[in-house]
Design a protein around this ligand. Sequence first.
Ligand code: ADP
Length: 169
Amino acid sequence: AWGGRVARARVSAGRIVASSVEQSYIMIKPDGVQRGLVGEIISRFENKGFLLKGLKLFQCPKDLAQEHYKDLKDKPFFPKLIEYITSGPVVCMAWEGDGVVASARKLIGATNPLQAEPGTIRGDLAVQTGRNVVHGSDSPDNGKREVTLWFKEGELCQWESVQTPWLIE
Ligand code: ADP
């Protein structure tokens, strides 16, 4: 019985590394890095049980920040947002798993940290919209777009976690 369980788990682990599996681009913003919250924020996603596919500390150039936030380019806060995101290193992450995009948004909490629920990253660790410590993709399509935008192909790892059979039946 045990052997069968492990074999089935490997199949599901095989499925989870396939490129068709949902990915979310999660980024610790410069305030999160400066405030020493990198370990704390990564732990929230690690502890939840998603699979880490890519991770790097990165100084974001202005044109990449503008491309990432292009849907907000007409907002009055856009110039300040670009200045903020490029003001110091960010931590770029690709996390994978069924439902990761919506779940990560829940873990992150509302855009305005004063409205974010306690227990969420922004609810626990931030006070202002302009310094809300973390980004998470808002749809599976944007998850793919943003992971591709921020990571080169060789920067993502194809691997299976030994925890998978204990997370996914
Ligand atoms: P989210 O990051 O929660 O998906 P949005 O996509 O609406 O939120 O905005 C992207 C980012 O732009 C926010 O996380 C925040 O850093 C910044 N931002 C949004 N609204 C404001 C605002 N009114 N003033 C300053 N910065 C803002």
